[in-house]
Design a protein around this ligand. Structure first.
Ligand SMILES: [Zn+2]
Length: 473
């Protein structure tokens, strides 16, 4: 196992860090399996893919096209494998590594000694054993493997009929606010600005859940071929993997399905897909503390409105902006505007890199996309709320809280990030996660906001109202 660990370390050493893999235009390499074989000859790619696609009988030849993100990694990987295969003693390490990789992914389905051992690792990495009550484990696990079947039960129980309409209206309000701000952005040229507006208009959305889950015939079709046994947890997990693989490989040669959901309905999260130019908000996030029909609009716009603005802004972050309104990756911005955009990116990178937890600094490059989305989202939602206020009778202030509506907007935003974390988990997050730690998602965005400083009357040149502010959208 020591040798396996050493092998894994070597893999880590040749892996290109995430902050150097953000530019999709430069990481996109479409090549044939024949060309891949030249870069990485240690692996017989044609027979590998023939085997992988065996279950659906799809023919694979050396002319098959494939997209790889790091040719450098592939050739270093090849060298590493060949170095081991040349040596009789080292040969077995590769086999053990592959065996271990399979065992590791299955530990949660294995007997107690395996699960106990993985707790020790988890404790070291995350600072907690992650022991949760059995009901919670079971619900989470079921959501992971059959999220749409579970989602049907979830939405029937808690997703109110008018929530979808409410979300739709709010998305339009935030989108309009985002577009209305485009003419104020002096760094953009007219042509790129017009295309950006068209891209914002072309963003499609999916809200709550896909309709098919409420139709039991269609829901059954979704899981057709998946056979689960009541008392065989391990085999069930193998079956789920086999089923998911088969479903995925069947997508080859087909047009992209733009109505497919990447998150299940109960998920408390949202996402933007650049290749589909689409934002998605599962039912799980369309509830308190993000949204409630009985909340003041200030809190709803501050929480849910900012989430919507965040996902929308992803269409225009360092990665999203490389895709056009149809989801195609190619340059559609003027060179001069790209340069000005990059200057603005540098401002955010420098700002967030200064934030630290102990000796660990936030990686400003790794988190740039999320930070841009947070900042753009806050501005769009704030402007959307102001526009809503101008069209509706005055919203009554919240009794017992000595805050104005516009101040409440910022409180609503900050409150969804109230959280706690072990030092170990925080360290791991700073190292791997594209999101900044929660506290900096609040401090970073609010200290860039002129409106925040104005509403809370922050003195100039203070921590939350620095003179230098980073603004892009
Ligand atoms: Zn995001």
């Amino acid at each position: 196992m020591k040798n396996v660990l050493e092998f894994e370390k070597r893999l880590a050493q040749i892996t290109i860090p995430a902050d150097q893999r953000r530019d999709d235009e430069s990481t996109y390499h479409k090549i044939t399996l024949k060309e891949l074989k030249m870069k990485c000859k240690a692996i017989d790619w044609v027979s590998y893919y023939r085997r992988a696609f065996g279950p659906i009988g799809r023919e694979i030849t050396e002319n098959e096209q494939i997209v790889i993100y790091s040719p450098q990694y592939m050739s270093n990987l090849s060298d590493l494998i060949e170095e081991h295969l040349r040596d009789e003693q080292k040969k077995i390490v590769v086999a053990n590594y592959l065996g271990w990789s399979v065992v590791q992914t299955m530990t949660s389905c294995l007997a107690k000694p395996f699960r106990e051992a993985s707790k020790i690792l988890r404790k070291a990495l995350m600072g907690s054993e992650g022991t949760e009550s059995p009901w919670r484990y079971c619900v989470t696990d079921t959501n992971g493997v059959m999220g749409f079947a579970l989602g049907a039960m979830f939405v029937k129980a808690v997703f109110h009929g008018d929530s979808k309409l409410m979300a739709q209206t709010m998305i339009e309000e935030v989108r309009d606010a985002f577009k209305s701000n485009l003419p104020n952005l002096k760094w953009m040229d007219e042509h790129t600005r017009q295309l950006a507006k068209e891209k914002a208009d072309a963003i499609t959305d999916m809200i709550g859940f896909p309709d098919f889950i409420l139709d039991s015939t269609k829901l059954n079709q979704k899981y057709e071929g998946l056979i689960l046994e009541e008392n065989d947890y391990f085999t069930n997990n193998i079956e789920v993997n086999r089923f998911a693989l088969r479903r995925n490989i069947q997508k080859i040669d087909k047009m992209a399905n733009k109505s497919e959901w990447e998150m299940s309905p109960p998920t408390v999260n949202a996402y933007y897909t650049p290749t589909k130019n689409q934002i998605v908000f599962p039912a799980g996030i369309l509830q308190a503390p993000f949204y409630d029909v009985n909340y003041p609009k200030s809190l709803n716009f501050g929480a849910m409105g900012v989430v919507m603005g965040h996902e929308l802004s992803h269409a225009f972050d360092d990665q999203g902006r490389e895709y056009d309104k149809s989801g195609n990756l190619h340059q559609w911005w003027k060179n001069s505007t790209i340069r000005k955009f990059e200057e603005r990116m540098k401002c955010f990178v420098d700002q967030y890199t200064k934030y630290n937890v102990g000796s660990d600094h936030v990686n400003g490059k790794q988190t740039i996309g999320e930070n841009v989305a947070d900042n753009g989202g806050l501005t769009a939602a704030y402007n959307a709320y102001k526009s809503w206020l101008s069209k509706h009778p005055t919203e009554l202030p919240l009794p017992g809280v000595n805050l104005t509506n516009l101040q409440l907007f910022f409180v609503g935003f900050s409150q969804v990030w109230c959280s706690t974390s072990t030092p170990e988990a925080l360290k791991l997050q700073i190292m791997n996660d594209p999101h900044s730690p929660a506290q900096f998602r609040v401090i970073g965005t609010l200290s860039n906001s002129y409106e925040f400083a104005q509403q809370f009357k922050c003195s100039p040149n203070t921590r939350m109202n620095p003179e230098k502010k980073c603004v892009v959208w």
